[in-house]
Design a protein around this ligand. Structure first.
Ligand SMILES: NC(=O)c1ccc[n+]([C@@H]2O[C@H](COP(=O)([O-])OP(=O)(O)OC[C@H]3O[C@@H](n4cnc5c(N)ncnc54)[C@H](O)[C@@H]3O)[C@@H](O)[C@H]2O)c1
Length: 387
């Protein structure tokens, strides 16, 4: 079987789905790798590096789609709503497609992929289990985004992060608040600590208190308790508007006390809750920075504009949506590792092993045989359950 890697076509996307180091791992599983010329260039991986590890280099995208049994991408059609549709005529029946598909976002794109007959797997639907952890691309990208978000904040803030005692006096450390302490939030806390800031973290899931403290940060406790804060998968559960209103009221004071606020709070399948209002931004000191990692999902700050950086009342609000893509070398390395672990489950001895008893396969498979086969996706996009 051949695994094909094409150059990402979404404007500005610099990541690549597989890196040279995983080519021999795939070969061991009976998979040859074919890479479109230049696919890894912007992430720092040359055609020569792939070829050295045993990959074939194909002259163009169509050649990869034509030869590959499995096509690995970062942003497939669905997640790539700008140029992704051009891949639809290149897909064929029973060809495997793996990548970000944003399957809960658009009925139209998922149905279009289904109609090609391809077997499309969405990395976003990877179950949150210990066994699936090494295949979890969302976690990998969140790790990179949490790190980069802090660097952007440090770079934008007109203050220094660490405390410094100098001949010119003492500089007080920057104060950083992380709202939403999942994978991205924890990495943001760790990065801000390394830069010497005074860091605190807040999450509606009380379970994260110890994790925040173990990184040397303070856990912010608010006098509001979430009902059923988390589901069985460890995700936050959506709360009612009264909860969010109380949360905003209590968070106002905490936000005003910080120079940097990094927000990552999301609830799967829902618009991100607004936790930082316009009034709260007005309460922050001029020069403060908000990095809204939930920008793509609507943003945690009322003023966030997706993919833009704005200044409101002297506060810079960064709404960049693809921070992982700005660190393409390591983001690609992590993503490739996730895909390869998944592929070694999906392919046994060079043959497709579509074991629908396996929750990892069942929950990530979105389309097959011309149909949307995934129960969760069907439910979310309003298709009737399959009988
Ligand atoms: N394979 C695995 O076992 C696996 C993989 C990844 C994550 N996890 C766990 O899943 C959990 C969620 O991780 P994630 O990073 O994907 O989360 P996420 O990206 O879905 O959300 C980010 C954080 O925002 C928080 N949040 C949501 N609404 C909020 C609100 N109103 N106020 C404050 N905080 C709010 C969530 O609780 C979460 O911690 C974590 O405990 C993580 O360790 C497990």
């Amino acid at each position: 079987m051949i695994v094909g890697v094409v150059k990402e076509s979404f404007p500005g996307e610099r990541r690549v789905a597989l890196v040279p180091a995983v080519v021999p791992v795939l070969a061991k599983a009976g998979l040859e790798t074919m890479v479109e010329a230049g696919a890894g260039w912007e992430a720092g991986y040359t055609d020569g590096a792939y070829a050295e590890k045993g990959a074939k280099i194909a002259p163009n995208r169509a050649a990869v789609f034509g030869a590959a049994d499995i096509v690995a991408q970062v942003l497939c059609y669905g997640a790539n709503d700008k140029t992704g549709a051009a891949d639809l005529p290149l897909l064929r029946r029973d060809q495997v497609l793996i990548g970000f598909l944003r399957p809960l976002g658009s009925k139209e794109s998922v149905s279009q992929i289904a109609s090609t007959g391809a077997m499309a797997f969405s990395v976003e639907l990877m179950p949150r289990t210990t066994r699936a952890q090494s295949m979890d691309a969302l976690s990998s990208m969140a790790t990179v985004a949490g790190y980069k978000g802090v660097l952007i904040a440090a770079n934008t803030l007109p203050r220094i992060f660490p405390m410094m005692t100098t001949a010119a006096g003492t500089i007080t450390p920057g104060r950083v608040l992380i709202i939403g302490v999942g994978v991205a939030g924890l990495q943001a806390i760790a990065t801000a600590k390394r830069l010497g800031a005074v860091v605190s973290g807040y999450d509606l899931r009380p379970a994260v208190k110890e994790q925040v403290q173990s990184l040397g940060a303070r856990f912010v406790e608010l006098a509001v308790e979430a009902k059923d804060a988390q589901d069985a998968g460890g995700y936050a559960k959506a709360q009612d508007e009264a909860f969010y209103a109380r949360q905003r009221e209590l968070l106002g004071r905490v936000v005003a006390d910080n120079d940097v606020v990094i927000t990552t709070a999301v609830v799967p399948g829902k618009k991100a809750p607004v936790l930082v209002t316009k009034e709260m931004v007005q309460g922050m000191a001029p020069g403060s920075v908000i990095v809204d990692l939930a920008a793509e999902r609507g943003g945690n700050c009322e003023l966030t504009r997706a993919n833009e950086t704005i200044i409101a009342n002297g506060v810079t609000i960064v709404g960049e949506i693809n921070l992982a893509g700005t660190v393409p070398y390591h983001a690609s390395q992590m993503y490739a590792r996730n895909l390869v672990t998944f592929l070694t489950l999906l392919v046994k001895a060079g043959k497709l092993n579509l074991n629908m008893q396996d929750d990892i396969i069942r929950e990530t498979l979105v389309t097959q045989g011309g149909e949307v086969v995934n129960a969760r996706v069907r439910d979310t996009i309003g298709l009737p359950a399959r009988t």
